[in-house]
Design a protein around this ligand. Structure first.
Ligand code: SF4
Length: 279
């Protein structure tokens, strides 16, 4: 049995920390990008990096948009746990309230758009897997970048080059809007909706961990090169990197299709992971 209290504490800590400090791999890439940038791009990256230092030192969020929380739970079928979704939601709400993070979620999106005041609901996805572990992957998704995300239903014969063109098309349209340098999650395969989910799951992987399959690892590298060749640059001002990383996840699909989804994330690449096991 995994205690709900332990889940609550771990998710609470993770959600508070993710809004105040970036993962070390993301922070490292932003510092390296600043060293390699020129002109206004270097100034933009300098401000981002200074802002990150201040946020960590003062314990305050590094962006005013503290995002909508996205949660992917991978639950071992031998794990006994009660009230998992409610526990995670409570931890998210408490972390946002006690961290003074902005509540950005509105209910009834087409009519009243009333702020729920808790940053709930979070968006949940559950996978049931063999074993005795509970893995909780969390993103806090800013919507300046989320609004730039897209799904393409390519023809199966269009292949690899069309995937690269689609990803580049997203950034050509987005330009500086998603607060570059971005991190892109690319989902290939499945159905229309599942490709989008894959693109989010791609964002849960550390930037320094390439795809385990050499073919897709090479595609990640080629996508990064193609996006950076667009020259959009930090803040959309050119003169430096456009993307810090491109991460790919793939899945089987139908003979008649090649779905490709691109989730655009900004430099505020907030991700956290909670791993727990049955004792
Ligand atoms: S897109 Fe990202 S960096 Fe830009 S305002 Fe939104 S959360 Fe902040």
């Amino acid at each position: 049995m995994i205690s709900s209290e332990v889940v609550y504490q771990e998710v609470y800590k993770a959600v508070q920390a993710m809004n105040v400090s970036l993962p070390v791999d993301v922070a490292g890439r932003l510092k390296a990008a600043q060293q390699q940038a020129e002109g206004p791009a270097q100034a933009v990256l300098g401000q981002i990096n200074e802002n990150l230092l201040i946020a960590a030192r003062e314990g305050i969020p590094f962006c005013q948009d503290t995002g909508m929380v996205w949660v992917h739970v991978s639950l071992g079928e031998e794990v006994q746990i009660r009230g998992l979704k409610e526990t995670i939601s409570r931890a998210v709400a408490d972390a946002y309230r006690e961290g003074y993070f902005r509540s950005s979620v509105v209910e009834d999106p087409l009519r009243e758009r009333k702020n729920t005041g808790t940053n709930l609901p979070a968006v949940f996805h559950f996978d049931i897997v063999p074993g005795r572990t509970l893995e909780i992957y969390i993103l806090a998704k800013g919507f300046g970048s989320e609004n730039c995300s897209r799904v393409f239903m390519l023809k199966p014969t269009q292949g690899r080059e069309a995937v690269i063109d689609s990803v580049c098309a997203v950034m050509k349209e987005a330009r500086g809007v998603p607060c570059p340098p971005v991190v892109l999650g690319v989902g290939i395969g499945g159905t229309f909706d599942y490709a989008a989910l894959l693109s989010k799951r791609a964002l849960t992987r550390a930037l320094d961990h390439p795809h385990p399959c050499p073919y897709y690892a090479q595609l990640e590298s080629d996508l990064l090169e193609a996006v950076n060749a667009l020259g959009i640059g930090p803040g959309g001002l050119g003169g430096g990197c456009t993307a810090l990383a491109v991460k790919v996840e793939s899945f089987s699909t139908h003979i008649a299709g090649l779905p490709v989804a691109v989730t655009v994330n900004c430099w505020a690449d907030r991700r956290a992971k909670v791993l727990l096991s049955e004792i």
